[in-house]
Design a protein around this ligand. Structure first.
Ligand code: XBP
Ligand code: MG
Length: 230
């Protein structure tokens, strides 16, 4: 079995993007008088830009806003978006993906260590983890705040491995997206990709296992993750 499994958060532990972050971004745009509205299609395209603040700055630059101004607006909007997303989390509107709780139970019962590596911000990651999987389930939680470069850079995964004190060879990453997969592969980890509606078209070259769900066609177990290592 793997010594540790490192999970991505957005899109992997829960479907946070479409009805969560996207909605919070749009509300933040309205509050700040920013002339952007992201529908599901547009947001899906923008997910190739990781990090909410970078995503907003990128979209503003595409509208012709100069880079320095785009960064300044993005920083303000992103602070509000983070608060609005925490509200969504606290209202209990986000559920774990089906089959995830069973996989976590199986990992725990086999003594496999559990960690998290996300490019998202700690201000919402911690309340979301407490709600989704329990505050103590992940012994290491690396967030976008902790690293200089976001996924697909491997920094978040490398920091998670170093905090765990385990060699990449004995670990498995669980991801939902192309940028996340590339980050985990660059950290030297075997990677399982569980796609969702927003990431179904992503390039998953190099993934050890690719599936559409944790619970279908069969439950993803600790033993399945061991096969990813082989
Ligand atoms: C997630 C992200 C994040 C979220 C929003 O990528 O890129 O930016 O969309 O969170 P991954 P923030 O799942 O690969 O970690 O607004 O806090 O960045
Ligand atoms: Mg993700």
């Amino acid at each position: 079995l793997p010594a540790a499994v490192v999970f991505d958060v957005d899109g992997t532990l829960a479907e946070t993007e479409r009805d969560g972050h996207r909605v919070a971004f749009n509300e933040a745009f309205a509050q700040h008088g920013v002339d952007l509205r992201w529908d599901v299609e547009r947001y899906r395209e923008l997910l190739v830009v990781t990090g909410g603040r970078r995503r907003v700055a990128y979209a503003l630059r595409q509208e012709g806003v100069p880079a320095a101004e785009a960064d300044e607006i993005a920083a303000r909007v992103h602070r509000t978006k983070t608060e609005l997303f925490v509200d969504i989390v606290r209202r209990g509107e986000i559920d774990p993906r089906p089959g995830l709780p069973e996989l976590l139970d199986d990992l725990r019962s086999h003594g496999v260590r559990i960690a998290v590596a996300t490019t998202g911000r700690r201000a919402w990651v911690e309340p979301l983890l407490a709600h989704l999987i329990g505050a103590d389930t992940a012994e290491v939680v690396i967030c976008g705040d902790d690293v200089a470069a976001l996924k697909p850079d491997p920094a978040a995964y490398l920091l998670a491995l170093s905090r765990l004190g385990v060699d990449a060879t004995w670990t498995v990453a669980v991801e939902d997206s192309g940028p996340g997969l590339r980050a985990a592969l660059a950290a030297g980890m075997a990677t399982v990709v569980i796609t969702n509606d927003d990431t179904a078209g992503h390039d998953v070259t190099g993934a050890a296992i690719v599936r559409e769900a944790f619970d279908r066609p069969t439950p993803l177990t600790a033993a399945c993750l061991a096969e990813a290592l082989a």
